[in-house]
Design a protein around this ligand. Structure first.
Ligand SMILES: Nc1nc2c(ncn2[C@@H]2O[C@H](COP(=O)(O)OP(=O)(O)OP(=O)(O)O)[C@@H](O)[C@H]2O)c(=O)[nH]1
Ligand SMILES: [Mg+2]
Length: 292
């Protein structure tokens, strides 16, 4: 219900929201095929060994067919499927725009509230929406691989600014040193906004090599984030965006309910350029004010 933005989810979110806030939320993002799911599986194993209950939310806007059956194969967590301390959910956007980050954030809150100590969010960090998704987590891990070459430039533009930990996965392949060097160089170009310099961790997700170090670096970021105030800043930003989104939705809904005909008429006038959208909004808000 939460995932589908079903109105029936509201009571669920009301009860769970104030109980959330304890989980560590970790985003795993990076280009297709870089080994995100394999890395998620390795992280799940590490956190489960440490006694944590773990939830995984895989966000896949590109595939409307993503579902439990396909996920079993894709996410490579087959041996972990019978583990009661592990919850896995794959979600697709089903064509709606703008709702992905919201649905993911809400799902993370519910999972947090029901006692998952670690919530992992996997997403392909390409579009703005996915950048928004990953912005909601406490720690963002950007996964790259050796030999990406120019592709790395494209990643840089979108997401490197919000990466807290940089991962060079498939370090069993040639070129891991160069990849790490490229990342270090890219980091040196942009001044850190927050005072945190993302560490660069090499992993081989398929064997688990480097995963313990990754867990340590994620922990180190979390500690820094709490002490520096960055954690509070992010939570505040996420809360503001959630409240403002709901406010916007509710405003549109109420206007539609009470002044549906007026809204339609004004939209038509904007379309035919009899009036402009700014005046239309002013008029609608004025009308709404008078009607209470
Ligand atoms: N050699 C090597 N192969 C790896 C490593 N990690 C993952 N792979 C392989 O890379 C392929 C893609 O791995 P996935 O984990 O599905 O990658 P992904 O980033 O989740 O892919 P999408 O979700 O489709 O974007 C699989 O065949 C993995 O077995 C690694 O460290 N070394
Ligand atoms: Mg994957």
């Amino acid at each position: 219900m939460v995932e589908n933005d079903d109105p029936a989810a509201a009571p669920v979110l009301r009860t769970t929201y104030t109980r959330a806030g304890k989980a560590r939320t970790i985003g795993i993002t990076g280009p297709p095929g870089s080994g995100k799911s394999t890395l998620v599986a390795a992280l799940v194993a590490a956190y489960r060994r440490a006694g944590e209950r773990v939830a995984v939310v895989a966000v896949d806007p590109s595939s409307p067919f993503t579902g439990g059956a396909i996920l079993g194969d894709r996410i490579r967590l087959r041996d972990q499927f019978l583990d009661e301390g592990l919850f896995i959910r794959s979600m697709a956007t089903r064509g709606q725009t703008g709702g992905l980050a919201r649905a993911t954030g809400r799902m993370a809150a519910v999972l947090d509230a029901v006692g998952y100590g670690v919530v992992l969010v996997e997403t392909v960090g390409v579009g703005q929406e996915e950048v928004d998704v990953v912005r909601l987590v406490d720690t963002v891990c950007l996964v790259t691989v050796p030999g990406l070459g120019d592709d790395i430039q494209a990643i840089k533009a979108g997401i490197i600014e919000i990466a807290d930990v940089l991962v060079v996965n498939k370090s069993d392949r040639p070129g891991a040193d160069e990849a790490a060097r490229d990342l270090r160089y890219m980091l040196s170009l942009g001044a850190s906004r927050t005072g945190w310099t993302p560490p660069i961790v090499r992993t081989t997700a398929t064997t688990g090599e480097g995963v313990e170090r990754l867990v340590k670096e994620i922990d180190a970021h979390r500690t820094w984030s709490r002490e520096s105030g960055e954690h509070d800043r992010r939570r505040l930003g996420a809360a503001r965006s959630e409240v403002e989104t709901l406010l916007r939705d509710e405003l549109v809904r109420r206007l539609g309910d009470r002044r549906g005909a007026a809204l339609d008429a004004l939209v038509a006038k904007v379309a035919s350029r009899e009036t402009d959208p700014y005046s239309a909004v002013e008029q609608l808000l004025g009308v709404s004010d008078r009607s209470g």
